[in-house]
Structure formats: structure tokens, C-alpha cells
Design a protein around this ligand. Structure first.
Ligand SMILES: NC(=O)c1ccc[n+]([C@@H]2O[C@H](COP(=O)([O-])OP(=O)(O)OC[C@H]3O[C@@H](n4cnc5c(N)ncnc54)[C@H](O)[C@@H]3O)[C@@H](O)[C@H]2O)c1
Length: 256
């Protein structure tokens, strides 16, 4: 199997609709051992119930807003689970008002918050995981991004700016991690109805437009995103790093 013998850390599980869950299921079906982190305010009992579908899966609380919390969490994982082969970063947050108002109204605090949680946290997680020796040689990191970083998507606003920072961070991180033969890539997923997506104004309309215009005339599933993540975690993608791979039924190639 593609991920036999590998351990994958999935950061950002919330519920069964989370992209993190689709990735976890794919990694599990491809033979990986899967462990999770969740934000401390999420309902841990519900998450425990969900991840119970994967044998031996365990979840650890982790707030990526501080380096201290990331370090504490990743050190505990290393002590209990040993070194790992891959990390999924499936985490983003923006203030609700910044997804409701015009982008021009974004406050300094809102801009910094979205960038901190949705982009900088990937830099911190990559650095700390490497520094504490959590990552095995040739480990692979995968993050989630969205087309709103490339073109204006009404309502995506400050999150589009944060995703642009995330994508460029991936290129610089790829250069640094490459010194140790580690890789990092992003998946630009098409829109999926998740709890986070509900925060985006007229999200239903975005789903309809994708069905109309994408070459494959459908929306993506978390499992389809997960299968591409499994490829990126596997040795099949050993020459791929610093990339943003669109998993969007081709929507992003369409101009007029
Ligand atoms: N749903 C979509 O349409 C879509 C499309 C492309 C990319 N994405 C990206 O996929 C990723 C996962 O989002 P999702 O749509 O599955 O929604 P989700 O709500 O299921 O997941 C978002 C996760 O981020 C976590 N989070 C927020 N702040 C955090 C913090 N400070 N510390 C730790 N965790 C924190 C939440 O607890 C949650 O688990 C995000 O990066 C999102 O931007 C989503």
C-alpha cells in the first residue's frame, strides 16, 4: 500500500465534514498510521468518537496561535508516537466580520489574525517539528489553500491574502526543508461545504458556479482531496516540492 509503514499527523480535525477527515481516511486506507491534533476549544468527545473509526488513532490538543503550544503538543507526540513521516496542516481562521464586510474594511488586527493562524502557523509548525526531531528524513508536509489567493472571490477577502502568504511561504520552506530532503506542498482544493466554509458569504453560490463552469462540472469531495494528499505523502511524489496542486475539477484553468 502507498503509505504502508508511514505515520501521518493530521492537524485541524473538527468533524466528519473537515477536509482533515477526508485526508485521514485516505491515508488510513492507504496503510498509514494516523494521529491528529485539534483546537483545544473543539468538542474533544465528538472528535474521539469520530476518530474511533481509525484503529489506534489519538488526538492531541494544539492551538497554533503560540509557538509554546505548538512545541508542547509536538513534543508530546514525539514522546508518545515517535518520529513521523508527514504532517497535514488543515487550519485557517479569520474574524467573521472580515468575511462579511468589504475587504477594504479589514482591521489591522483582523489582517494579522488571519495571517497568523492561516499562514504563519505553517512556518512555526514546520520549524518546530524539524527542530525537535519529530520529522523523519524525507518527511512530507501538506497544507490546504484555495483559489481565492489567485483571483478575487467575493467574500473570501482577508483569507485570500493569508492563502497567498501561505503559498509563497511554501516555496521558501521548500528551499529550506530541501536541505534535509524534506518536502512541502499545498493542495488548492475546490470549495467544500465545511464548518469553516459556512463563514464565507454566499458560499452556496460559489458551489453552483463551480458546477456550471469547471471542466468536470462537479464539486470536489474531501476524499478526492485526501487521495491527492496521500500521493504527496507517498514516495510516488518524491521529486515534488514547493508546488500548489489544484484539486478543483479544473475550475482554476477557466478564463472566459
Ligand atoms: N472548505 C473549503 O471550501 C476549503 C477550500 C480550500 C481550502 N480550504 C482549507 O482547508 C483547511 C481546513 O478547513 P475546512 O474547510 O476543512 O474547515 P474545518 O472548519 O473543518 O477546519 C478548520 C480547522 O482549523 C482549526 N483551527 C482554527 N484556528 C485554529 C488554531 N488557532 N489552532 C489550531 N487549529 C485551529 C479548527 O479548529 C478546524 O479544525 C483550511 O486551511 C481551509 O482554508 C477549505
Amino acid at each position: 500500500m502507498l503509505l504502508e509503514g508511514k505515520t501521518i499527523l493530521v492537524m485541524g480535525i473538527r468533524n466528519k465534514w473537515s477536509i482533515a477527515w477526508g485526508v485521514a481516511m485516505s491515508a488510513h486506507e492507504n496503510g498509514a498510521k494516523v494521529i491528529f491534533t485539534h483546537h483545544p476549544t473543539e468538542k474533544e468527545d465528538k472528535i474521539q468518537e469520530l476518530i474511533g473509526e481509525i484503529p489506534d488513532a489519538k488526538t492531541y490538543p494544539c492551538d497554533v496561535a503560540t509557538d509554546e503550544d505548538i512545541e508542547k503538543c509536538l513534543k508530546t507526540i514525539k514522546e508518545e508516537q515517535g518520529q513521523i513521516d508527514g504532517i497535514l496542516h488543515s487550519i485557517a481562521h479569520a474574524n467573521t466580520e472580515d468575511l462579511r464586510n468589504d475587504f477594504i474594511a479589514t482591521s489591522r488586527e483582523g489582517f494579522l489574525h488571519a495571517s497568523d493562524i492561516s499562514a504563519y502557523s505553517l512556518v512555526a509548525v514546520s520549524r518546530i517539528a524539524k527542530e525537535i526531531g519529530l520529522l523523519k528524513p524525507e518527511a512530507s508536509i501538506v497544507a490546504l489553500t484555495y483559489f481565492g489567493s489567485e483571483k478575487v472571490v467575493e467574500g473570501y477577502n482577508v483569507m485570500g491574502v493569508a492563502k497567498a502568504a501561505l503559498e509563497t511561504s511554501i516555496q521558501y520552506l521548500a528551499k529550506d526543508l530541501g536541505k534535509e530532503k524534506m518536502r512541502i506542498n499545498a493542495i488548492s482544493a475546490g470549495p467544500i461545504k465545511t464548518l469553516s466554509a459556512k463563514g464565507i458569504k454566499d458560499f452556496g453560490n460559489i458551489l453552483t458556479v463551480v458546477e456550471e463552469k469547471a471542466p468536470l462540472h462537479q464539486n470536489v469531495t474531501t476524499k478526492q482531496v485526501g487521495d491527492v494528499a496521500s500521493f504527496l505523502f507517498s514516495n510516488m511524489s518524491s521529486a515534488v516540492t514547493g508546488e500548489v496542486i489544484h484539486v478543483d475539477n479544473g475550475f482554476s484553468i477557466i478564463g472566459v
